[in-house]
Design a protein around this ligand. Structure first.
Ligand code: GDP
Length: 440
């Protein structure tokens, strides 16, 4: 996801850096590269046009032209604008003042709606809520079975409706509300009918559910792999029944990113979560700023740290953030991270969150496999604690000793030291420091 777009935007930045000064002429050239990159990523044409106009205006402003690092300034402008079209600030789920909060999920068949109902239930349960799942599809009574299975596997409560009850949908929905309220369920997550195409029949059914349940969240679930089709159908749902938010699924696939980059501007509704795999835990809160940084290859250190926090000791993760901020990150910390990384399992998943620059790019792509991590850990284990604190001590003879001690070749020791130094350099970057600024 976004790989191609990232690559092309990186090229554009390289071009501008090479030019030294930002002028109207080279900015026009750079903007053309950006426009093509976005269109190729299947971003809505109108969105691209407005995006380009805003960047042109800001990039050719006095401040950039006079600045000593114009390319960096442009990068910042592009990042901020990208964050803007992805929705700006992260928007939280809305819960009703008096429970149950009703979350109604709508979308086309196959978009991942039912799977997402389960993921959402799991997520809200994780923040201490007591969700109730229900499936409401007047045409396909069998749709209940799938959600029931998902609910059972997650240990989440499920409300079953009989065909008799479904025959009088208004009464059935009112019963459901009473049931949820009396048992203090919150939220009530409603999976609704999906069709292959948007049609009036479907919209009527959804309006009925919406009128009776009065959901606090009407969430459009869209398949990111379908690109602009997902955006168009979101627009139709917004016009016909009204939406409050969006969840995009299958961002783990080879979608080119157009849906994510267009849907907020086109519908005016925020993306609140994204689905990144079939499993229930493959579900992330959507952060526009982090996504923008990731598209621009600045990586997503905050998400990485959050992942580490979920699975590791929180104090340690905070300590790591503090060390990176204070530039006190040592080889010993690196070793701890590598050990942690191994514990967390999916190395490529984690590395996807690291800034895709310089040596880390190679690290993320080909070079890292679990044995490599084990070798790096072995090398660091063979260092004295003074060497781990201060790698400058690592002269030729010390490196030879470490290579012997760890049973690894010297060039690998050199490689580790080099990668660590590159990492330290990267951690000094102001963008990263800014991202970490919010952490204690
Ligand atoms: P519905 O018809 O909209 O209810 O769609 P389903 O929930 O049945 O999902 C359709 C297919 O998409 C299933 O095979 C899901 O496992 C898959 N799916 C759902 N969300 C994701 C996701 O985020 N990533 C991937 N790779 N597959 C997903």
């Amino acid at each position: 996801m976004f790989d191609q777009l990232s690559g092309r935007l990186e090229k554009m930045m390289k071009f501008l850096r090479g030019e030294g000064k930002v002028t109207e002429k080279n900015m026009t050239e750079a903007l053309k590269m950006m426009r093509l990159a976005l269109l190729e990523a299947d971003v809505n044409y109108k969105v691209v046009k407005e995006f380009e106009a805003r960047i042109r205006e800001k990039a050719l402003g006095e401040e950039v032209l006079r600045s000593l690092t114009p390319a960096q300034q442009v990068l910042k402008i592009v990042r901020d604008e990208l964050t803007g079209i992805l929705g700006g600030q992260q928007k939280a789920l809305i819960f009703a003042g008096s429970p149950p909060s009703i979350f109604m999920l709508v979308g086309l068949q196959g978009s991942g709606k039912t799977t997402t109902c389960g993921k959402l239930a799991r997520w809200v349960a994780g923040i201490g809520k007591n969700p109730l799942l229900v499936s409401f599809d007047l045409k396909r009574l069998a749709a209940q079975a799938q959600l029931k299975t998902i609910a059972a596997s997650l240990g989440v409560s499920f409300y079953e409706m009989t065909p008799d009850e479904m025959a009088s949908p208004r009464d059935a929905l009112k019963e459901l509300m009473i049931f949820a309220r009396n048992r203090a369920f919150d939220p009530l997550i409603v999976d609704t009918a999906g069709r292959l195409h948007v049609d009036e029949d479907l919209m009527e059914e959804l309006r009925l559910v919406k009128d009776i349940l009065k959901p606090v969240e009407t969430i459009y679930v869209g398949d990111a792999m379908t690109g602009q089709d997902a955006v168009r159908s979101a627009q139709a749902f917004e016009e016909k029944i009204g939406l409050t938010s969006v969840i995009l699924t299958k961002l783990d696939g080879d979608a080119r990113g157009g849906a994510a980059l267009s849907i907020v501007s086109v519908t005016g509704k925020p993306i609140k979560f994204v689905g990144v795999g079939e499993k229930p835990d493959k579900f992330d809160v959507f952060h526009p700023d982090r996504m923008a940084s990731r598209i621009l290859g600045m990586g997503d250190i905050l998400t990485l740290i959050e992942k580490a926090e979920e699975e590791a000791d929180t104090d340690e993760a905070q300590e790591l953030a503090r060390k990176i901020r204070k530039q006190e990150f040592t080889l010993e910390d690196f070793r701890k991270q590598l050990v942690q990384l191994k514990k967390m399992g999916s190395v490529s998943g984690i590395l996807g969150h690291l800034p895709q620059v310089g040596p880390l790019k190679n690290l993320a792509k080909a070079e890292v496999d679990d044995s490599k991590i084990a070798h790096f850990v072995a090398i660091i284990n063979s260092m004295t604690s003074r060497e781990r604190e201060n790698p400058k001590l690592l002269n030729g003879s010390r490196r030879l000793r470490i290579a012997k001690g760890s049973g690894r070749p010297v060039h690998e020791v050199n490689q580790l030291v080099k990668q660590f130094q590159d990492m330290q350099k990267m951690m000094k970057k102001p963008q990263l420091q800014k991202m970490l600024g919010g952490l204690k």
